[in-house]
Write a protein that binds this ligand. Structure first.
Ligand SMILES: *Cc1c(COP(=O)(O)O)cnc(C)c1O
Length: 467
């Protein structure tokens, strides 16, 4: 490259010669080679390597190779190994290899998924996957899918659709008349709703102070008898998968009561909705198809790469109205324009990974993946319960195990030591006023041996904490 080479010409060369893509691919290979065995949480040395990024914005351009090298040398070791089989933190999920590979191709496609005219392939896959999800979850025929960043946004969209429809039935056009001065709507939800639901309630202007909270049972399930009287101004938010215990609200009775009076039921099923796709777990989601909207993540239980949430809404028109945009340059066609159903206009083609994984697994594979998580969670519970000093506080109905030690202090100390071991990683939480360790099995990669090894790390951590 001569000194007279312009930046643009250099980048043209990069695209033509593709050497930097080969370099990145080498980094990918090196990264994947150790991912199943390296410390689950980055070591102190790896974390201190992050100071390499504390630099001022460079004045001049660099070579692509130097940028990639910095990223791989200092970034890769400081990642958390959620892709491996021994990360049990939060409820995160891993990524299936086919999802990563398909995402890589889609990255190079660099499609804008706002409209069919901008990306016919994305629009096509979004339509296909919409049909597949409807079928998989046995949802009403006109159910629409909105492909968003995660369940936080999916909840927001579901509640926005509900708000639009219930106000419209009161003779109020939300889009024109706005929220201020509108007929008051009610939000009814359980005391253990996920914080993402509360965030949506806040962002949409309902106010958390107006929530009508409903008591839960010992597993964190909403108690139907404790529900207030419902009416046609009520949005009921239920949960498929309690973020601590993994329990499911009883859907049938509540949905029937809601439908009888014109209330809207939204289900936050970020990780739990997938139980509905597994024969032996379907009792958990029974009746969920009677709701009006459902939020679910691809990136948790299904193990798509991150940035993959889906809102499913039985009332297509309400969702489209809640998300609608009109502009002279936007010519909506007969084909699906994704932006009619999402808060965003420009959007990457996240449906590609979702499609690839559903296509790869098929019905049986999806069931095997999801049921496998349940089996590993059950194994974890059995093995840890056999050890002195640990207690399981929940019924392990799905993929969540709530563990504690003899007292809060010991639980805390054990948690810290287990996290520092690099052997596995689970987070802390509070459950029924006790400090707990929350183990969420949500990686396809977790083997029975990974569970046994992680239980050993818990035992070792408790031993050290007890000294
Ligand atoms: C993770 C989770 C959310 C939030 O989903 P994101 O994809 O992280 O936005 C909401 N509800 C429940 C029950 C969850 O587990």
């Amino acid at each position: 490259m001569t000194e007279t080479t312009t930046l643009q010409a250099r980048m043209h060369d990069e695209l033509r010669e593709q050497t930097l893509f080969d370099l990145a691919q080498q980094d990918v290979r090196a990264y994947l080679q150790t991912i199943l065995e390296r410390p689950v949480f980055p070591t102190a040395a790896a974390l201190s390597g992050l100071t390499a990024f504390a630099e001022p914005l460079p004045a001049h351009s660099s070579t692509a190779a130097s940028v990639l090298e910095q990223l791989h040398q200092h970034g890769s070791p400081a990642t958390v190994a959620t892709l491996g089989g021994r990360y049990f933190g939060f409820v995160t999920g891993s990524s299936l290899p086919i999802g990563l590979a398909a995402k890589q191709l889609a990255t190079y496609w660099d499609q804008n998924s706002a409209m069919h005219i901008m990306s016919p392939i994305t629009s096509t896959l979004e339509t296909v996957v919409e049909g597949w999800l409807r079928e998989l979850f046995n949802l009403p025929p006109d159910t629409v899918a909105s492909y968003v960043s995660g369940t936080s946004t999916a909840n927001l969209c579901g509640l926005a659709a509900a708000r639009y429809r219930l106000l419209e039935r009161q003779g109020w056009d939300l889009n024109v008349q706005g929220v201020f001065g509108a007929p008051k709507l009610r939000i009814v939800t359980s005391r253990q709703s996920h914080s993402a639901v509360l965030k949506a309630v806040m962002m949409l202007g309902f106010g958390t102070g107006n929530i009508e909270w409903v008591d839960v049972d010992s597993q964190g399930r909403i108690i139907p008898e404790a529900l207030p009287e419902l009416d046609d101004r009520t949005i009921v938010v239920l949960q498929a998968g309690n973020v601590n215990s993994g329990s499911f609200d009883p859907f049938t009775e509540i949905c029937q009561r809601a439908s009888a009076v014109g209330a809207w039921v939204h289900i936050d099923g970020a990780f739990g909705l997938w139980a509905g796709a597994v024969g032996p777990l379907q009792h958990l989601t029974q009746g969920m198809e009677l709701a009006h909207s459902w939020a679910v993540d691809g990136h948790k239980t299904l193990n798509t790469p991150y940035d993959c949430g889906i809102l499913l809404c039985a009332d297509r028109a309400a969702l489209a109205a809640a998300m609608q945009v009109k502009a002279s340059y936007l010519v909506m066609g007969e084909n699906r324009d994704g932006m009619s159903y999402t808060p965003e206009m420009s959007r990457r083609a996240r449906v590609v990974e979702l499609w690839a994984i559903l296509r790869y697994l098929g019905r049986e594979g999806i069931a095997e993946l999801v049921y496998g998580l349940h089996q590993r969670a059950t194994q974890f519970a059995q093995e840890i319960q056999a050890l002195p000093g640990f207690t399981i506080l929940n019924d392990v109905v799905f993929n969540q195990v709530v563990v504690c030690c003899a007292n809060d202090e010991l639980t805390d100390k054990t948690l810290v030591r287990m996290q520092a071991s690099g052997e596995c990683w689970a987070g802390g939480s509070i459950w029924r006023e006790r400090k707990v360790i929350r183990v969420s099995v949500c990686s396809w990669a977790t083997t029975p041996a990974d569970i046994t090894r992680s239980v050993a790390a818990f035992r070792q951590a408790l031993e050290e904490a007890s000294r």
